[in-house]
Ligand binder design. Structure first.
Ligand code: XLS
Ligand code: CA
Ligand code: CA
Length: 439
């Protein structure tokens, strides 16, 4: 396969002293880190929508991207070329997984039947390409936000016909995801949110969203789809207030509606920062609740308040993310999906390679640092010591539920001299820097 990106041969590991921009300096797929190969720890995935469908459009200008399939005009020819290009790209990049929305892989037809036919045709081609390359499907999802019919939402639309239509589309994508051996299925809220409460029945919309997800769970059982269901939080964009605001909101929603057994969370770095959290905060909160399922690996821009979906290059962030992922025992069946796009000015095909190399090396480097940090136990030991008052005496009784306010008040009267210890933030930041710049 050397048709769509003839300027690049296979990108391989050359080590950190390499100056070859088309080589990995840290990502060494077979290197064992923390008991697993890097390939197994990182489970990298390409996002079909950005890499194959992104044209470099923004609200001030049209597409800039130069692509070798750009001369094609018939939608199905374009879809076939993109599928072949996708697998050539992933093979050359050594990316073992991909993710897609239904509309990324095949054009919508005039009718629902035609849309489904297009999807079946391209899914068959993708299945052959998967077989030929060994590349696997991390997750599938349904685009319930681009078409004007979804202007008021999909499962939360005030119009029941839209709810039914959305169900038909999700049903189909789930079937294709199963057919392609997809390991997960993602629900990102799209337009499930609101602009103003003046026209919104908040209770009905939330109840309907839960009804929709229960129907998805039921249908998965019916067809024997055993992939992990994931919800992807995001606080805003496109709606002013997205229902799946952040990990905390998603946990509350899942528990309120009895869905927590069936879903885990797909955490996107840029969505975490949009919600006013660090990426690590969202990963930690999901992890301690047993709900860390998968990751959309990207980053935002500190000076821009929107979803810029940049390739992740901040090694502090990737290190702390990998720290959580290692403590989670990995992500499988989830993975690290590059929901990231090259900048509009990075319009040449080779920029797609540079972008993915940047992201893969940033996460591989982060994995190496996080593993060393974890093995040293410097942070873990500090935290354990900081909370040691809960392991003996009155603290132990609190944790074991052996005391109430009466006993605690008595204890407080008898122990009025309280000795506090420093939180040592600056020292800990220096320790982190020692690991960051150890090599
Ligand atoms: C948009 C989301 C979207 C999901 C999949 O902001 O990140 O791309 O990951 O629908
Ligand atoms: Ca995403
Ligand atoms: Ca995003």
């Amino acid at each position: 396969m050397n048709k769509y990106f003839p300027e690049v041969t296979k990108v391989v590991f050359e080590g950190k002293d390499s100056r070859n921009p088309l080589a990995f300096r840290y990502y060494d797929p077979q290197r064992v880190v923390g008991g697993k190969t890097m390939e197994e720890q990182l489970r990298f995935s390409m996002a079909y929508w950005h890499t194959l469908c992104g044209a470099g459009v923004d609200m001030f200008g049209s597409g800039t991207a130069v692509r070798s399939w750009g001369h094609l005009t018939k939608p199905m020819d374009i879809a076939k070329a993109k599928a072949e290009a996708a697998f050539e790209f992933m093979s050359k990049m050594q990316i073992p997984f991909f993710c897609f929305h239904d509309v990324d892989i095949a054009p919508e037809g005039e009718t629902l039947e035609e849309t489904f036919q297009n999807l079946d045709e391209i899914a068959a081609l993708i299945k052959d390409l998967m077989k030929a390359t060994g590349i696997k499907l991390l997750w599938g999802t349904t685009n319930l936000f681009t078409h004007p019919r979804f202007m008021h939402g999909a499962a939360t639309s005030p119009n029941a016909d839209v709810f039914a239509y959305a169900a038909a589309r999700v049903k189909k994508t789930m079937e294709i995801t199963k057919e392609l051996g997809g390991e997960n299925y993602v629900f990102w809220g799209g337009r499930e949110g609101y602009e103003t409460l003046l026209n919104t029945d908040l209770k009905l919309e939330l109840d309907n969203l839960a009804r929709f997800l229960h129907m998805a769970v039921d249908y998965a059982k019916e067809i024997g789809f055993t992939g992990q269901f994931l919800i992807e939080p995001k606080p805003k964009e496109p709606t002013k207030h997205q229902y799946d605001f952040d990990v905390a909101a998603v946990i509350g929603f899942l528990k309120t509606y009895g869905l927590e057994k069936y879903f885990k969370i797909n955490i996107e770095a840029n969505h975490a920062t949009l919600a006013g959290h660090t990426f690590q905060h969202e990963l930690r909160l999901a992890r301690i609740n047993g709900l860390l399922g998968s990751v959309d690996a990207n980053q935002g821009d500190d000076l821009l308040g929107w979803d810029t979906d940049q390739f992740p290059t901040n090694i502090y962030t990737t290190t702390l993310a990998m720290y959580e992922i290692l403590l989670n025992g990995g992500l499988a069946p989830g993975g690290l999906n590059f929901d990231a796009k090259v900048r509009r000015g990075s319009f040449e095909p080779i920029d797609l390679f540079y972008g993915h190399i940047a992201g893969m090396d940033a996460f591989a480097h982060g994995l190496l640092i996080a593993q060393r940090l974890l093995e040293s136990r410097e942070l873990e030991d500090f935290i354990a010591e900081r909370y040691s008052s809960y392991r003996t005496g009155i603290g132990e009784k609190i944790v074991k539920g052996e005391v109430g306010f009466k006993e605690l008040a008595q204890y407080a009267l008898e122990h009025q001299e309280i000795k506090l210890t420093s939180g040592r933030q600056e020292l800990l930041e220096t320790i982190l820097n020692r690991y960051m710049f150890a090599d």
